[in-house]
Design a protein around this ligand. Sequence first.
Ligand SMILES: NC(=O)c1ccc[n+]([C@@H]2O[C@H](COP(=O)([O-])OP(=O)(O)OC[C@H]3O[C@@H](n4cnc5c(N)ncnc54)[C@H](O)[C@@H]3O)[C@@H](O)[C@H]2O)c1
Ligand SMILES: O=C(O)[C@H](O)CO
Length: 332
Amino acid sequence: MSNKPKVVITDFDYGDVDIETAILRDAGAEVVALQAKSETDLAMHAADCAAMMNQYARIGRTTIERMTQCRVIARYGVGVDIVDVEAATERGILVTNVRDYCTEEVADHAIALWMALARRLFDYDRATHQGIWQWQSGKPINRLRGRTMGIVSFGKIGQAIAERARAFGVEIIAFDPFLPADVVARHGAELVDKAGLLARSDYILMQAPMNPDTRHFLSDAEFAAMKPGAILVNTGRGPTVDNKALYRALTTGTLAGAGLDDPEEEPAKRSHWSPADNPIFTLPNVVVTPHAAYYSEESIRAARENAASEVARVLTGQPPKFPVNADALASA
Ligand SMILES: NC(=O)c1ccc[n+]([C@@H]2O[C@H](COP(=O)([O-])OP(=O)(O)OC[C@H]3O[C@@H](n4cnc5c(N)ncnc54)[C@H](O)[C@@H]3O)[C@@H](O)[C@H]2O)c1
Ligand SMILES: O=C(O)[C@H](O)CO
């Protein structure tokens, strides 16, 4: 058995771990790549790992409490909602994420979903594939210019969406409790409260992180407060929208359509599933992508290099660039 610090990659999904191995070898570490489907799969590797890197696998308290040697957990992405950051902090384990590796991709994807719905591309496409050649098959379509787009969470991606949407001549309003109005205004948007955003938006673009305040940010009451016929796009976290309430809103005409990159209940990776398991997937006014908004060849490379570099920094005694819980150093 080697004495090198062991870096466990929980569920590698990129075909190989060459990028990570090259960076971590230089830091004197060895890589163990798993395809863990559950915390039980991680249990036997938790006790002696010096670092863990995860893409989709949940790293919860049970796993973290076994991590007596671990110094850092590095998420290959922005959202760290699948890591129990509190438990890690208690044990003095740093958690890092990769920021800004896919801002452009997600903003492009949000605009693509919005445009596909606003211009009814899927209705036209379905109709023409069935031999129906009628402009009316996409009715009703409204001119975008002069309409209002409401962006929920105006961080890096929200701002990049606004930058793109301005070219379409829409008025942009934003809800974000942690940003001052002048910062939002600098990006060409007006800061509003939640009620204002719901009442004024023709298009609502959700880019919220997952936290206790954003869970079911949109549910029955919020859909009832929206403009009838609004369009919803969610390229943030799925559980920020209540799936059952969304189904009701889509089937009663409250919403004209929804574009979802991350539905509330995401089918498990590589598992067999049926679209009928989630009735939302069967609706004609819904466009779904499989949590792919972040994806481009360039963004994935950046995520891999940055996540591995964070681990290398910590293992060689340097501070990470993007600690999610810098306070873990105090409890270490
Ligand atoms: N679908 C994808 O592929 C994909 C890719 C990257 C990120 N994401 C999701 O998008 C989120 C945002 O990414 P980002 O890079 O813009 O992050 P960011 O940290 O730059 O911005 C997050 C924003 O959310 C705001 N926020 C925090 N709590 C809030 C609340 N209760 N209500 C409303 N806003 C709140 C913050 O003030 C901040 O401005 C990520 O956390 C992740 O969940 C999804
Ligand atoms: O959080 C992120 O970076 C994306 O959702 C991919 O996991």
